[in-house]
Design a binder for this molecule. Structure first.
Ligand SMILES: N[C@@H](CCC(=O)N[C@@H](CS)C(=O)NCC(=O)O)C(=O)O
Length: 200
């Protein structure tokens, strides 16, 4: 299999951590690229018309995207149990919450990277950050016991989302007033799968 990859993308990181955690790292060749909404030509548009990463090419069968589909496919392929049937709706909702943090955080980056300075919309950027703040508060107050449980895809997505906040928005101090989540993130970041996929 081949994976369109960038070490900076939190969505790609979800896939990489899943590959580590499910013992499939050696089965995927990484194709280095960048996710750029202004130039999606770096990803084969025949394989993924959206031109986004991650995109996974398989020897047989159509390409897979987005990260939620790829991670579920890899989990199924390895029989790894990252989507336990008994907690499936919780796991999927937690993954969606973490993906929402990533989406908002990536949009904030695009706003400053893809627009001329005079067109950057600060109110919109702060709207994205407010969305992230509410999601972090939900993780701190409603999801912390789930995060402390056995490894699942929701946790992996959260670890990658929080890692991306440190990587791109470290100056905003997301840990402030969220001690339990900060402690969980520190512990989770020690995993080999997280250590070897730090964004750069
Ligand atoms: N929902 C998608 C989001 C993927 C995504 O937005 N990736 C970014 C890189 S972090 C990208 O490819 N951006 C290029 C674009 O928006 O065209 C997923 O979970 O895979």
């Amino acid at each position: 299999m081949q994976l369109y990859h960038s070490p900076a993308s939190p969505f790609v990181r979800k896939v990489m951590v899943t590959l580590h955690e499910t013992g499939q790292l050696d089965e995927v060749e990484l194709v280095s690229t960048v996710g750029n909404p202004l130039d999606t030509s770096k990803v084969s548009r025949t394989e993924n018309p959206l031109g986004k990463i991650p995109t996974l090419l398989r020897p047989s069968g159509p390409a897979l995207f987005d990260s939620r589909v790829i991670c579920r496919f890899l989990d199924d392929r390895a029989g790894a149990g990252l989507y336990p049937e008994k907690r499936i709706w919780e796991v999927l909702t937690l993954e969606a919450l973490a993906d929402g943090i990533m989406e908002a955080a990536v949009l904030m980056v695009y706003e400053s990277r893809c627009r001329p300075e005079e067109k950057i919309h600060d109110f919109w950027v702060e709207g994205q950050w407010a969305k992230i703040g509410r999601a972090l508060d939900a993780l701190e107050t409603r999801w912390i016991s789930h995060l402390a449980g056995p490894l699942d895809m929701g946790q992996i997505a959260c670890g990658c989302a929080l890692g991306y906040l440190d990587f791109r928005h470290g100056d905003r101090d997301w840990r402030q007033g969220r001690d339990s989540l900060a402690q969980w993130a520190a512990r989770f970041a020690e995993r080999e799968s997280m250590q070897s996929t730090k964004p750069e």
